[in-house]
Design a protein around this ligand. Structure first.
Ligand code: PMP
Length: 405
């Protein structure tokens, strides 16, 4: 039976992890991992999360009743302030809609589903413009709801940086009212973000062309170590009045990967529009998950709504972002000063967040895996979180070898 069902290929990232786990070489390195690791290559439970977990455990008033369909209200309102800013005009004027989702993936899905149903597409085909490259799941998420993904230029392999003119050109030439997905900070997979000036120019084209900004924010705080700085692009777009929504994930910045804590925030022009949008999101959410899960949302809500815990969280975020930034500096130092590896490696320190596009070829990426047991995706992307004090030299030396060929 099910003869007509073709066998789907395994997810490439999860397959990479499985191959790494099966490898018995003692100095193997996993640079495919999309989760933070401490300097001992271990998952890190944030101290503030441990503390908040204990508080929840001792709270006799908590039960396991359903949350409201749109989520825990004290979580969604605090999450909105975190990304939009506590003095955001959108919040003060009650025109931001916030719905708790199944982490960032669920926020992307609900946002895409909502646009598919309710965006005023007119006679235009349902399309979303995605950066080339982007998080691989974006394509699947939009296709699932009948929106066709198309690419816009983003990464320039020649400079290992932003293809700024290509990006602006795509915004200018797309039909008015197009939907563009933007990574709010720490672009996955390249680690290449526009500068503040470039964001301002991008926002201007959005306004001129009436484009819709679909922001995906999976790394707030994790990129620079500063929650406000990493939200700057989103806040700038809100201030300028660009029509937008934001997908928010607490997987990385709170280390709550498996708890699936996230939110979708849609900023509309009026409170009346926001109320109507929220009512329809509620209907969509009801048919998909009925009610979002409570545990992770309670943890994050506790932290966001308590001044002391919030400060502790910020310190934990600085620990993670700081370690990643240190690894970038150390890798850069080894390549440029010690090994004198041919080529320019400035992008290693200029890129931001967990991921870095090294600029090495598919053949060189494969050689690292086959010869040195260093696991990475074949596009040359490495997760900085997979580097630590014990393996960064081993990685740099082997990178040097494959670059020299
Ligand atoms: N968007 C981007 C760009 C991501 O990198 C990720 C995590 N890999 C997500 C969304 C969503 O992750 P999660 O569902 O775990 O929050």
């Amino acid at each position: 039976s099910w003869q007509g069902v073709p066998l789907a290929p395994p997810d490439s990232i999860f397959k990479l992890t499985a191959t790494y786990k099966a490898d018995t070489f003692p100095n193997k390195v996993n640079l495919g991992v999309g989760a933070y690791r401490d300097d001992n290559n271990k998952p890190w439970v944030l101290p503030v999360i441990k503390k908040a977990t204990k508080i929840l455990l001792n709270d006799e008033t908590l039960d396991h009743e359903y949350l409201p369909i749109t989520g825990l209200p004290e979580f969604t309102s605090a999450a909105a302030k975190l990304i939009l800013g506590s003095s955001s005009p959108a919040i003060q004027e009650n025109r931001a809609v916030s719905v708790q989702t199944i982490s960032g993936t669920g926020a992307n899905h609900l946002g895409a589903l909502f646009l598919s149903r309710f965006y005023s597409w007119g006679d235009a085909p349902k399309r979303v413009y995605l950066s080339k490259p982007t998080w691989a799941n974006h394509q699947a998420i939009f296709k699932n709801v009948g929106i066709e993904p198309v690419d816009y230029p983003y990464y320039d392999p020649k400079t290992i940086g932003l293809d700024y003119s290509g990006f602006i050109g795509a915004l200018e030439s797309a039909p008015a009212r197009s939907v563009f997905l933007l990574h709010a900070c720490a672009h996955n997979p390249t680690g290449v973000d526009p500068t503040a000036e470039q964001w301002a120019a991008i926002a201007e084209v959005f306004l001129k062309k009436n484009h819709y900004a679909f922001f995906d924010c999976a790394y707030q705080g994790f990129a620079s170590g500063d929650l406000d700085k990493d939200a700057a692009a989103v806040r700038y777009f809100v201030d300028k009045g660009v029509a937008l929504l934001v997908c928010q994930s607490f997987a990385k910045n709170a280390g709550l990967y498996g708890e699936r804590v996230g939110a979708l925030h849609l900023v509309s022009k009026t409170k009346d529009a926001a109320d109507r949008v929220k009512s329809q999101m509620s209907v969509l959410q009801r048919s998909e998950i009925s009610n979002p899960p409570s545990h992770g949302a309670r943890l994050v809500s506790l932290i966001l709504n308590d001044g002391g815990l919030f400060e502790e969280w910020k310190a934990d975020i600085r620990t993670m972002a700081g370690r990643i930034i240190d690894m970038r500096k150390e890798l850069y130092r080894l390549l440029t000063e010690e090994l004198k590896t041919p080529g320019n490696w400035d992008h290693i320190v200029n890129q931001i967040g967990m991921f870095s596009f090294t600029g090495i070829s598919e053949a060189q990426s494969k050689a690292l895996t086959e010869k040195a047991h260093i696991y990475l995706t074949t596009n040359g992307r490495i997760s900085m979180a997979g580097l630590n004090g014990s393996n960064v030299r081993y990685f740099a030396e082997n990178l040097d070898k494959v670059v020299r060929g």
